[in-house]
Write a protein that binds this ligand. Structure first.
Ligand code: SF4
Ligand code: SF4
Length: 417
């Protein structure tokens, strides 16, 4: 197998195909701290793409309650167990090898799902059972004590920095990975990554429904259609990303799940990539800032090796060991940064779900100080800055202040609804 560079692991790894990277990459940041589990994203996707025969069980976007929930059930526990069995104790990181550009989280010591695969497969994986697919939101809002003891809750554990009785919502869709396991596993070469935006698609004409992609994807995002007998997956709402939605007059738009998000937890974008797969340094791009500069948003299970492109701001009340396993060694620093956000971060966080149009850059106009407090023993100040989101041509598409404006309804309209 050729060697490819995976910057999330800080090293080269084995992959079926040599490196070839898109000019831009579909990416997003999800702020878990804000999600209310309303499933509006899930239904926006369902009503757009998966309402046909054979798609009844498909939820290309789903929101599950951690630690128990999963769609399909136990998808991550099973993948982690497979990896652990193939490489006992291997899921460890050397953070001393951290390098801002090439290894921002340090060096992953263990084997990826590609490297731990048996000779008969391109990636270590499994096929979920029908039962595991049957309930997309099982264990909704079910908390646990930590260490996990089913059915027992800590009596007084709801205090930061770590709640001892906890749950959180995890929002999931295809990660449009840089090294997709689905693509590597397809014996028909029916899966491809688009050079213009990195969206990963299954060619419905080439696919013969062997389900190798379902087996290989650790996130279990390809799904088999028993009616058409071919596999399907999230298409990244590519017509909207291409600007073909009539609403945007040719401008790239956020995917449906992102644009519909009630909790304003999602920010969708396209990051520019260099021919070697590294990200073009783009300091004023909101995703580049959140992921590469502030490092407040992290990939989901980077140890799998697919280099996923959906990033998460970890929930700050959750035990850190759980977050480290899920988001890698950057979890502690990300929570710390989010807990007392620097001035620029607080402004950029306002851009989430502010426009259906994709934001390509931002600028900030300084505002007055409006609040001061102490967080974790340190002074923290809040400024009412204005953040301006710009489109690809640098034209303003959205403008927000850190402090939400208050509108007082005039007395004559008090009972008008
Ligand atoms: S999340 Fe799964 S289906 Fe999506 S690109 Fe990655 S490996 Fe393929
Ligand atoms: S729409 Fe937003 S807030 Fe609601 S469940 Fe989806 S991600 Fe969470």
């Amino acid at each position: 197998m050729p060697d490819v560079y995976n910057w999330q692991l800080g090293r080269k790894m084995a992959y079926r195909f040599p490196e070839r990277h898109p000019r831009a990459q579909f990416a997003a940041v999800f702020n878990i701290n804000r999600c209310i589990g309303c499933q509006t994203c899930t239904m926006a996707c369902k009503s757009t793409w998966t309402f046909s025969r054979g798609q009844e069980y498909m939820w290309w976007n789903n929101v599950e309650t951690k630690p128990y929930g999963g769609y399909p059930q136990f998808w991550d526990v099973k993948a982690l167990e497979l990896l652990e069995k193939a490489n006992p104790g291997g899921q460890s990181w050397d953070t001393r090898q951290r390098d801002d550009r090439r290894a921002p989280y340090g060096l992953f010591d263990g084997k990826t799902l590609f490297e731990a695969a048996p000779p008969s497969a391109e990636a270590l994986g499994y096929l979920p059972t029908d039962e595991e697919w049957r309930a997309p939101n099982i264990y909704e809002d079910t908390p646990t004590a930590y260490p996990v003891r089913t059915g027992t809750y800590h009596a007084t554990g709801e205090a930061l920095p770590e709640h001892r009785t906890w749950f959180f919502h995890l929002q999931r869709l295809c990660n449009h990975c840089s090294y997709p396991a689905c693509l590597a596993a397809c014996p028909r070469n029916a899966i491809y990554k688009r050079p213009e935006d990195g969206i990963v698609l299954i060619d419905q004409k080439r696919c013969r429904g062997y389900k190798k992609c379902v087996e290989a994807c650790p996130y279990k995002k390809p799904m088999f259609n028993a009616y058409t007998r071919i596999s399907e997956k999230c298409i990244g709402c590519y017509p909207r990303v291409e600007g073909r939605d009539p609403l945007s007059a040719g401008a790239p738009m956020e995917a449906r799940c992102m644009a519909a998000c009630v909790g304003k937890i999602r920010l969708h974008g396209l990051v520019r990539t260099n021919p070697d797969g590294s990200w073009v340094e783009d300091r004023q791009h909101p995703l580049y800032y959140l992921i590469r500069v502030a490092r407040v948003a992290l990939p989901l299970y980077p140890q799998f090796g697919t280099q996923p492109n959906i990033y998460y701001i970890p929930p700050r009340w959750v035990p850190r060991a759980y977050l480290r396993q899920m988001f890698g060694p950057g979890a502690d620093a990300a929570v710390e940064t989010y807990t007392a956000p620097p001035r620029e971060l607080l402004a950029v966080l306002q851009l989430f779900r502010a426009s259906q149009r994709i934001i390509f850059s931002y600028r900030i106009e300084a505002g007055a100080k409006i609040y001061e407090t102490t967080i974790n023993g340190k002074k923290w100040e809040m400024f009412n800055d204005t953040v301006i989101g710009l489109d690809r041509a640098g034209k303003e598409i959205v403008r927000l202040t850190v402090q939400e404006p208050i509108y007082t309804r005039p007395a004559q309209h008090l009972n008008s609804i």
